[in-house]
Design a protein around this ligand. Structure first.
Ligand code: ADP
Length: 598
């Protein structure tokens, strides 16, 4: 987890660095955007103001030009010149003059038209605006006397303003009066009033002479600046010159001003700042989210890797432990296998020992079994010789046939003995139960006879049954059971052994019972124990039933001991049933004398 803290610390560091960078870059971007938007808006505003200025300059120049030319033209008119006379009494022709002035004023839309004598006396005027007290009159007359165009900016009454042009009237070279035309700016200002921009004219002295805002009229520009009426529109010093566009009217030495409206510039600056700020915030947010995601992904990858490593370690440990267990297991298996091998060898040896023991038990009876036919053969042969001497050939052949029969019987017995003494095989297969029991009886019968056993009965069903087993080993089991029965029957009157078998489903149940003394109840559980015997030294070693139990187990069967209610012991063998093989196979598998299939 230490590395997790390191990663988090690194990311905190990166975040701080990015934040600082973001602030700087955002400030630059916002400032730059505001600047661009402002320049753009400003140039628009200024262009529009410039257009207004150009148009209004033209308008004003046109108006002034028109009135400038009017006095010189009028002063040359003879009808006008004729007006400037006084009669003998010194009275002027005021009525005519007045009518003429009115006509001119009406036609030219001038504010007023006036005629003055050189001494300043009013001959007549159209509207009676100034009467005798016309302002600036002396200068206007004086300039006109000198033959130049007189001019004067005049303000009067309640903020009334006009511009006067004067021209001298001469008759026969004599200066007889002046024509003064007063310009009316009413229409110009009315037109300007429609414009949203401030439009005004300043004179040489810096006084606002014309303006579309009545409040500005006749105010010194400096005062307007002082009261903030102009500055109010300025954003900062940088814009002051540029927002106030001015053009000089050379004729009057007036300056026409147009104040551009800075509101769009403000708005543009504001919206640019807002948009740029929002964009920067958004970019910052996205960067933050991306960084956070990155961090989470790295942390998760780290956790995953740690988990995977832990898991790997666990798996490795487990595998190691398992392979150790595996090794010890396979060692154990090897040890077991060896032990089994040893056991099997011992068992084989024991079987051989048991067989030899059985043979030892039976040897007396067997030698009797051989001696008896041998003696018979001898006497048959002796008699045959005698019959031959007498030429009794038919008796001779009779004796030879009997000898043959006895030899056959002896050969059969010896074959069985041989096969019994052979080492058993390990295979399990279908075995004819009747044949196995016959062979066992062949070996056991002589001893039974010697022991006084009256009868050995074999059930009728036995002959047709087949069981799963090995022929020699199964034979050994029966030899053992029959020998034990014979032992238990010694001294019993009417001693007999019963062998029976029946099929029960896929099993075959064989019983070997006798009417001997039976098995003591406390000994019943022990009779299959190795080396358990009740017999005296040299009579039994106590391995017969133990081996029988092992053999039957090998065949997948069971063997049990019990006592018959009527007296005597009963051994019950339960074996897997087998189907009889076809004759050819039977012959091949079971040649007479046994091939050693145990
Ligand atoms: P052994 O015959 O060498 O004693 P076995 O294992 O064949 O060894 O038999 C063990 C014991 O079981 C015998 O000593 C005997 O006491 C008892 N036994 C076996 N068969 C019979 C029988 N048919 N009747 C009475 N007792 C028997």
């Amino acid at each position: 987890m230490g590395s997790r803290a390191v990663i988090e610390k690194q990311f905190r560091f990166i975040r701080t660095g990015l934040f600082v960078a973001w602030v700087v870059v955002s400030a630059i971007i916002v400032g730059w955007s505001v600047r661009i938007a402002q320049d753009q808006a400003l140039s628009d505003v200024m262009q529009k103001a410039g257009e207004t200025l150009a148009v209004q300059t033209e308008v004003l120049s046109g108006v002034l030009d028109k009135y400038r030319l009017l006095p010189p033209l009028l002063s040359r008119q003879s009808s006008i010149r004729a007006l400037f006379v006084r009669d003998a009494e010194g009275n002027a022709q005021a009525v005519d003059a007045r009518r003429t002035a009115e006509e001119i004023a009406a036609m030219s839309a001038a504010m007023d038209v006036a005629f003055f004598f050189p001494d300043g006396e009013l001959l007549a005027n159209a509207r009676g605006s100034f009467a005798n007290s016309a302002p600036d009159l002396p200068e206007l007359i004086e300039v006109a006397r000198q033959g130049r165009l007189g001019r004067a900016a005049i303000s009067f009454g309640e903020g009334q303003r006009t511009y006067a042009f004067s021209s001298g009237v001469r008759r026969e070279g004599r200066f007889v009066g002046v024509v003064v035309v007063y310009v009316d700016f009413y229409r110009v200002e009315a037109a300007w009033a429609l414009s949203a921009r401030r439009i005004f004219v300043t004179d040489k002295a810096g006084t606002v002479f014309l303006a579309n805002d009545p409040a500005w009229r006749l105010q010194p520009v400096s005062q307007l600046h002082e009261t903030g009426r102009i500055d109010r529109y300025l954003i900062d010093g940088r814009f002051e010159d540029r927002l106030d566009l001015a053009r000089r009217l050379p004729l009057l030495e007036w300056d026409l001003h147009v104040l551009a409206d800075p509101a769009p510039v403000d708005a543009a600056r504001l919206s640019a700042a807002a948009i740029a700020t929002l964009a920067c915030l958004l970019a910052g947010l996205i960067a933050l989210v991306a960084l956070r995601r990155n961090e989470v992904a790295i942390l998760r990858a780290r956790t995953d890797r740690a988990t995977a490593l832990r898991l790997e370690r666990v798996v490795r440990d487990r595998t190691r432990a398992l392979s150790v267990t595996n090794r010890s297991l396979s060692h154990e298996v090897e040890v077991r296998r060896e032990a089994e091998e040893r056991l099997r060898k011992t068992q084989d040896e024991l079987i051989q020992t048991a067989k030899l023991a059985a043979l030892g038990q039976m040897s007396t009876a067997l030698s009797h079994e051989y001696n008896q036919p041998l003696a018979a053969i001898r006497s048959y042969a002796d008699n045959a010789l005698r019959f031959l001497d007498r030429g009794m050939t038919s008796e001779v052949s009779g004796n030879l046939i009997r000898i043959n029969g006895l030899v056959d019987r002896m050969a059969e017995l010896s074959r069985t003995l041989l096969s019994f003494s052979r080492k058993p095989g390990a295979t399990v297969g279908p075995v004819p139960l009747g044949t196995v029991i016959d062979e066992a009886l062949l070996l056991a019968r002589p001893r039974a006879r010697a022991a006084g056993v009256v009868s050995i009965n074999v059930g009728r069903e036995v002959a047709g049954l087949y069981v799963q087993g090995g022929r020699i080993r199964l034979g050994q089991v029966f030899v053992n059971l029959i020998n034990n029965a014979i032992d238990a029957l010694s001294g019993t009157p009417g001693a007999m052994v019963d062998i029976d078998a029946r099929r029960e489903g896929d099993r075959v149940v064989v019983t070997v019972s006798d009417n001997g003394r039976g098995i003591a109840p406390e000994e019943l559980p022990r009779v299959f124990d190795p080396f358990f015997t009740t017999k005296g030294i040299g009579e039994g070693i106590g391995i017969g039933l133990s081996i029988a139990d092992n053999i039957i187990r090998d065949f997948g069967g069971t063997i049990m001991a019990s006592n018959r209610p009527e007296g005597g012991a009963c051994f019950t063998i339960n074996l897997r049933a087998a189907e009889p093989p076809d004759t050819a196979t039977t012959r091949r598998l079971e040649p007479i004398g046994g091939s050693g299939t145990g």
